[in-house]
Design a protein around this ligand. Structure first.
Ligand code: GRF
Length: 207
C-alpha cells in the first residue's frame, strides 16, 4: 500500500477527483494518507475531512524561514510515511531538500500544455488569461514530476482542450479542469502506484 500526501491550497477539485477515483476503486494499492494545506481555510480541507482523510495546515509565514518550513513539511511527510506527494494547487514553493528526498516522487498538475504558459507567475487564472491573450486555439493540462525548475520536470501526461469563441479565463479554467485535469491527475497517480512510470532524463516512459 502506497501512502499519498495531497498538497492543496484552494477549492480542492483535483483532490476530489482523486478521492472519487479511490472510492470507485480506480486507483488500487493506494491510500490518501493526508492532505496538507498551505492556507488555513481552504475548501480542500473541508473535502478531505468529509472523506475522513487526516489534514495538516502548514502556513509559510508561521515559520521563521524556508528551512524551518521545509523541516516541518518533512516531519509531516515522515509521520504519514508518504511515498508520493501530489501537488494539486499548492501555492508555496517546495524546498530543494524535499525535492531531493522525494526525487521523482512528487507530481504536479499544471493547467496548460507545458512548455506553454508555465513557470514563474503562471498560476491560477493567470495561465488562462495568458492563453486567451495569445490567441491559442488549443490549451490543456499537464501532469509532470517536480524538479528544481518551476514547471520544468519530466512530463508524465498531457491532455489538450479546445479554446472556444467567447471563452473567458473563468470558463476556460473550468473546462480545462473538467476535460483534462480531473482525468489525467488520477491516471498519473494510478500509473505511478502501479510502478509503470520510468523516468529517463527528461522523458517518462509509460510501461
Ligand atoms: C488547478 O487548476 C491546478 O491545475 C493548479 O491549481 C488548480 C487547483 O485547483 N495547479 P483545485 O484546488 O484542485 O480545484
Amino acid at each position: 500500500m502506497l501512502n499519498i500526501a495531497v498538497l492543496v491550497s484552494g477549492g480542492g477539485t483535483n483532490l476530489q477527483a482523486l478521492l472519487d477515483c479511490q472510492a470507485r476503486g480506480e486507483i488500487r494499492g493506494v491510500k490518501i494518507a493526508c492532505v496538507i494545506s498551505c492556507r488555513p481555510y481552504s475548501y480542500a480541507l473541508t473535502r478531505a475531512r468529509g472523506a475522513g482523510v487526516p489534514t495538516e495546515t502548514l502556513v509559510r509565514k508561521s515559520f521563521p524561514d524556508a528551512a524551518a518550513y521545509e523541516d516541518a513539511m518533512l516531519a509531516v511527510l515522515e509521520r504519514y510515511t508518504v511515498d508520493l506527494i501530489v501537488l494539486a494547487g499548492f501555492m508555496t514553493i517546495i524546498g530543494e531538500g524535499i525535492i531531493r528526498r522525494y526525487e521523482n516522487k512528487i507530481i504536479n498538475i499544471h493547467p496548460s500544455l507545458i512548455p506553454s504558459f508555465c513557470g514563474a507567475g503562471f498560476y491560477g487564472l493567470h495561465v488562462h488569461e495568458a492563453a486567451l491573450e495569445r490567441g491559442v486555439k488549443v490549451t490543456g493540462a499537464t501532469v509532470h514530476f517536480v524538479n528544481e525548475v518551476c514547471d520544468g520536470g519530466p512530463i508524465i501526461l498531457q491532455k489538450p482542450v479546445l479554446v472556444e469563441d467567447g471563452d473567458t479565463p473563468e470558463t476556460l479554467q473550468r473546462r480545462v479542469m473538467e476535460q483534462a485535469e480531473w482525468e489525467i491527475l488520477p491516471k498519473a497517480v494510478s500509473l505511478f502506484c502501479e510502478g509503470r512510470l520510468i523516468v529517463d532524463g527528461h522523458h517518462v516512459k509509460i510501461l
